[in-house]
Design a protein around this ligand. Sequence first.
Ligand code: LLP
Length: 419
Amino acid sequence: MDREGHLRVGGVDLSRLADRYGTPLYVYDAATIRAAHRAYTLAFAKHRPYRISYAIKASPLRGVGRVLSALGADASAASLGELLAAKRAGFAPARMQLHGNAKTDEELRGAIALGAGRIVIDGADEIERLARLVRRRATPLSVWLRVSPGIGADTHPHLRTGVLDSKFGAPIEGGEALAQARSIALTKGLLLVGLHAHLGTQLHEAERYAELGAALAGLAGDAMAATRAKIREIGVGGGLGIPLREGDRTLDLASYAAAVSAPLRSRAETAKATLYVEPGRSLVGRSGVALYRVVGTKRIGGVRTYVSVDGGMGDNIRPALYGAEYTALLAERASAAPQEQVAIAGRYCESGDVLIGDVALPTARSGETLAIPGSGAYAIPMASNYNSVPRPAVVLIDNKRARLIRARETYADLWKPER
Ligand code: LLP
């Protein structure tokens, strides 16, 4: 914030950006991304060897990815499209991993042709399908096996992935993961070098990560005893939560790194394995702020006050989909005392399109700029054109300068593919 009470990011006045580029506008700060990456390196350095692999789904924008590829991060992709986005953003294909529970043959072929470093096999059928694709290869394809550790997590049910009843990964429980490890080890053309699991996202409990580390270490030991595979890489997924509202509890990186890596270090079979951590949200979430214009206010006496803005679920589906709770500030009056509790209503034609259910704000006037911090992850990549609304522009701030990294969509863009 500056002396006039204007919010600034990386030295740039947000209300000026709203004037210049229009709203809704997403603003990323490169310095915040670098700081988050550095915090990861500091937390995991003690537990070497490790790799930080950016889960590019959190924000596949080239301008954002470039900040992380320049720092030497790997990229973790959930589709061929994300592999291609990672390549555009400067990640080396050999430093990419492709996961996903339903990769098509086309995607697998595309990933192999691109030279993606690791394919993370998810499911018995994929072993067979991949086997057909690699039959004629001179050198075997290095793969990981996605497993399901059967570990719950205190997050929204849609955001849990490590539980037994999940579409992702071969369950360790009951021996399915071990059976698939065997089957990969017996498949010509495939080389099993790693195991991978992901518990879910927006998580806060160190113990769950310790359980994950232990489950993967145990399975690695069993798989190496049962096959000739040398498991030298352990992917622990991502999932570390970030605070979105004041007082939100989060797990600090040092405790997270210690919890997930200790079980790997304590077993001889995995002591030297490279730990791959795949953060998305915790690398880019806090670096992004969404800017909207206040359109109007509706007061329903004794019930609620709705402050409506010019964006909403089309650019950030997370509140509607997961009940995600954000906070907001007025970008031109960031230090003004709050005067009322309001809901921030989106512009889309759905009652569920409420960006924030309850936030204390000074009385907002139409035309003022409203800022929602913590919007850097999973908002723009999940954006839609619902109600035929073009998607927002995106700006990246670096070295006190703002640069447009994605233009605002036009109406012509919306209709371009129509025949
Ligand atoms: N690794 C794997 C295999 C993943 O599936 C994910 C996220 C990550 C890493 C990165 O997780 P993160 O560090 O960002 O929590 N759309 C949802 C998030 C879905 C995450 C899916 N997988 C949201 O808006 O909260």
